[in-house]
Design a protein around this ligand. Structure first.
Ligand code: SF4
Length: 417
């Protein structure tokens, strides 16, 4: 018997060594399929001994696609669906989440895949070596929500005020809830291999313990007390959607869920969105760049929801991403809801809604760089990278119709503009 490795060294009249698939197609004198025939014909333009290309509609479309993507024109093969009807986020009865519109701002093609075609990535539990960032975040959110809901269920005098630090009993209760929730994630096969999970579990418990210590300090400094947890709006169970009117009269109605709201002694509101990942994607966020080119809409929308629920339309609101891990050093990124911030949100929403209604879905990848993870599998299913997509973007982005999107993307940081 000859093994596959040994075959390489065999020199026999019955064996022909073929260097690659392309090499095999080029050498073939009698292609086995129409596809091979076409490939053979294309790799040997003289077509020695072969008939003409077997041109069918699929072949023509493939040819047109390659030519279009190599050109500098923004074509239907690049996500230009001008003239086609795409459901508007501002349509009557439409309810959207802030993250959905953030998606278009970050990469319109990704929005097209996820929300127009509704193509979802399939995750196989058996492939999960380590708990995904998404599930880590979900576990922490669920844990904190259950804990705070219990706290808010206490009689008012027993709820912690600004000067009441969380007690050791509170910490133990939080960790017990974490263990219960974590067991459910493990039972669903979402925590990865045991070796990694033991380490991740220890880290998460340390983070939660530290989170309560930090929270005691945070409430003391800001004179705040918990007011709401997982504040849902725009769903059927009560709180109406947040409506943002655009200058031309269209209205975008949002629904979502605010992780947490605190009230200050002065009547102000603090909106918190917990983050369990790194801070780098939020670097550009500030009062003067409150949406990072449309990619961060949650905080302003959540601020409006908190005001509505508190029945305080003029309350001062500060909204923040709180990176609740020791690794991120419990860093915060804060955006107050000022008239200027609101104006920026309205302007960016107008660009986003116009773009979706106008059928503009170009691929806008990050500038290619070496990284261990896949940002988005849509154009990068094998993890080899999106360099080709990036070059296409740099060729297409001068199309006048993309002007407003390019201006938005130009505010998203150097790896995006
Ligand atoms: S891989 Fe990149 S370019 Fe392709 S859809 Fe995803 S984010 Fe957009």
């Amino acid at each position: 018997m000859i093994t596959a490795d040994e075959l390489d060294a065999v020199d026999a009249p019955w064996l022909e060594h073929v260097a690659s698939f392309a090499g095999g197609v080029r050498m073939s004198t009698f292609p086995a399929t129409e596809q091979e025939h076409n490939l053979r014909r294309l790799t040997d333009p003289a077509g020695v001994g072969l008939g003409p290309l077997a041109v069918d509609p699929a072949f023509r479309r493939g040819q047109a696609l390659i030519r279009a993507r190599r050109s500098s024109a923004f074509t239907v093969y690049d996500g230009n669906l001008t003239g086609h009807t795409v459901r508007s986020p501002a349509a009557a009865g439409a309810l959207v989440s802030p993250t959905r519109l953030e998606r278009w701002a970050g990469c319109p093609l990704r929005y097209f895949f996820e929300y127009v075609l509704r193509v979802a990535q399939v995750e196989n539990p058996e492939d999960v070596l380590r708990m995904s960032p998404l599930h880590k975040g979900s576990l922490l959110h669920t844990t904190l929500d259950r804990f705070l809901a219990e706290v808010l269920d206490r009689p008012e005098p027993d709820q912690p005020g600004p000067d009441d630090a969380w007690t050791e009993h509170d910490i133990e209760r939080l960790l017990a809830i974490f263990d219960e929730e974590a067991a459910q994630f493990a039972a669903r096969g979402l925590t990865g291999r045991d070796l990694f999970w033991r380490q991740d579990r220890r880290t998460a418990r340390r983070d939660l313990r530290q989170l309560l210590h930090r929270d005691s300090e945070r409430r003391r400094q800001r004179r705040a007390r918990p007011y709401a947890t997982e504040l849902r709006f725009g769903f059927d169970d009560g709180v109406p959607p947040v409506a943002v009117e655009l200058p031309d009269g269209r209205t975008v109605r949002f629904r979502g869920s605010v992780d947490r709201v605190d009230r200050t002694d002065q009547g102000g509101l603090i909106v918190t969105d917990y983050k369990t990942g790194g801070t780098s994607a939020y670097t550009g966020l500030s009062e003067s760049e409150p949406t990072v080119g449309g990619t961060r809409l949650q905080l302003p929308v959540y601020s409006l929801a908190a005001r509505a629920v508190a029945g305080a339309p003029d309350a001062g609101v500060t909204a923040e991403y709180w990176f609740v891990t020791n690794k991120a050093n419990f860093h915060t990124r804060i955006v107050p809801l000022t008239p200027q911030v609101h104006a920026t949100v309205v302007a960016d929403l107008t660009t986003i809604v116009d773009g979706i209604e106008g059928g503009l879905f170009p691929a806008h990848p990050r500038r290619p760089t070496w990284q261990l993870w896949i940002d988005c599998p849509a154009c990068d299913p094998d993890g080899v990278g999106t360099a080709e997509r990036w070059h296409e973007w740099t060729r297409k982005k001068d199309a006048p119709i993309l002007g407003p999107y390019v201006a938005l993307a130009g505010r998203q940081g150097t790896d995006r503009g």
